[in-house]
Design a protein around this ligand. Structure first.
Ligand code: HEC
Length: 415
């Protein structure tokens, strides 16, 4: 290229660079942000209630979008940026916020549709032989009566084995994605208790606020959220469905104005036998509290603090906080055996409805002697925006709308 040619190319690049700052348009700038950060919760029928799939939809909500993103209410992401690096952090950067705002101020330009299709890549293991896949119906047409509050329903799956089954991928296909808000899959030894619980609930499965209603004695495998794809076990590890164990699936249904029915499916892929397995140990709970504040008196707040010392080496890969409507702040940190402090997860505005399992980008090995610290702030006053009792009545420990628990589960890589 001649010098002159090169100069022209540079000028063009500059012009494009400059104009793009002043003329954001829907197709080139706004839509990619929406697709990456707001789908599929806001695709049609998603749990986000308002669809954000077309120019007409996005532009009609533009002011609201600018506001909820500015306030960092959307996309939902609770951990503070000081937390350890987590998988799929859903945080818009400042440039995105400015862009959304400028697009609104400058008249919601539409632009040209892109030529290539923006495919929402659902990582389906199509190349797998069918016999490796175990497809399990979960909710079998569960009837959602069309009520404007969340429902917590549990399903015992009839998959029983005479031998250990090694699983290397888990995926969930929600039946009606406008109501399925989150799903937890656990394995259990005891099948009698859930069968008994099932009997008194006329619908599919059984209702239990916030949990599976029994002590699972075993591990939580997987927590699914609407914008999550299937999970593949890290190399050399797998989930194991032990002989005689069953699967129990806990689904949180969001509110709906209309009655609906849901048939969600769980898909497991058989993998090779591995020596390391993924397990969850409920490491920190009420029994680890340094002082127990329950019942928390009406109109009072309390800080709960628990410390657990590891007696053996553990490899940590995920954290799941299990507070309900009264807990507002959570801080989980580690002091390693050689005294180093590591902040794992910090949430300053906890919200049960946006809770999820947080996966560390890199598994963290903790040697024996390391301590895990959990500090939580509970608010039993009328200032707590989520409190169902407005600070009236003493707060007891336990599952239930008007109770509160203190549990943090750590996903581990076990031998
Ligand atoms: C993980 C799922 C999820 C993601 C991702 C998500 N939303 Fe939402 N959004 C919701 C849910 C659920 C609601 C319904 C209201 C609620 O629960 O607060 C909602 C509500 C909204 C509302 C209505 C707010 C109101 O006050 O009623 C807007 C606007 C919105 N979202 C915009 C966005 C935008 C823009 C993005 C991406 C930058 C996004 N959301 C990403 C789940 C999500």
């Amino acid at each position: 290229m001649s010098d002159r040619g090169a100069r022209i190319v540079w000028m063009l690049v500059l012009c494009i660079g400059l104009t793009s700052v002043y003329s954001q348009d829907y197709y080139s700038h706004v839509r990619p942000i929406i697709i990456e950060n707001c789908f599929p919760c806001h695709a049609s029928g998603g749990i986000g209630l308002i669809p954000l799939t077309t120019y007409a939809e996005v532009s009609s909500y533009a002011a609201m979008i600018a506001q909820v993103t500015q306030e960092r209410y959307m996309p939902p992401w609770l951990p503070e940026s000081t937390s350890k690096e987590l998988v799929s952090e859903r945080v818009l950067d400042d440039e995105d916020l400015i862009l959304l705002n400028d697009w609104l101020k400058n008249g919601l330009k539409i632009g040209q549709p892109q030529i290539q299709m923006d495919s929402m890549t659902l990582a389906a293991a199509h190349d797998q032989k069918e016999q490796d896949l175990i497809v399990l119906p979960v909710s079998n047409g569960f009837e959602h009566y069309g009520v404007y509050y969340e429902q917590y329903q549990n399903f015992l799956l009839s998959y029983d084995t005479d031998y250990d089954v090694y699983i290397d991928s888990i995926a969930l296909v929600p039946g009606d994605s406008s109501i399925v808000r989150s799903v937890r899959v656990a394995t259990i030894k005891d099948t009698m208790a859930p069968i008994a619980l099932d009997e008194w609930d006329p619908r599919e499965g059984y209702y239990h606020f916030g949990s599976v209603g029994i002590d699972t004695e075993s591990s939580i495998w997987y927590t699914w959220q609407p914008d999550q794809e299937g999970r593949i076990s890290p190399p050399g590890t797998s989930w194991v469905l032990k002989k005689g164990h069953r699967l129990l699936v806990h689904i949180v249904y969001g509110p709906s104005l209309k009655a609906k029915s849901d048939s969600t499916h769980l898909i497991l892929r058989r993998g090779p036998r591995t020596s390391q397995t993924l397990c969850t140990e409920k490491i920190i709970d009420r029994s680890d509290l340094l002082s127990d504040p329950f019942p928390i008196p009406s109109g009072k707040t309390a800080i709960l603090y628990a410390v657990d010392t590891l007696s053996e080496r553990k490899v940590l890969r995920s954290i799941y906080i299990h507070g309900q409507l009264y807990s507002r702040k959570w801080e989980v940190f580690i002091k390693s055996a050689n005294g180093e402090a590591i902040e794992l997860l910090k949430i300053l505005d906890y919200d049960l409805h946006r809770n999820e399992e947080y996966h560390l980008r890199q598994p963290l090995t903790l040697e024996a002697g390391a301590t895990i610290h959990v500090r939580a702030h509970y608010d039993n006053t009328e200032k707590n925006p989520y409190s169902p009792s407005n600070g009236k009545g003493d707060l007891l420990h336990g599952y239930g709308m008007f109770k509160e628990i203190f549990t943090v589960e750590f996903g581990l890589i076990c031998d």
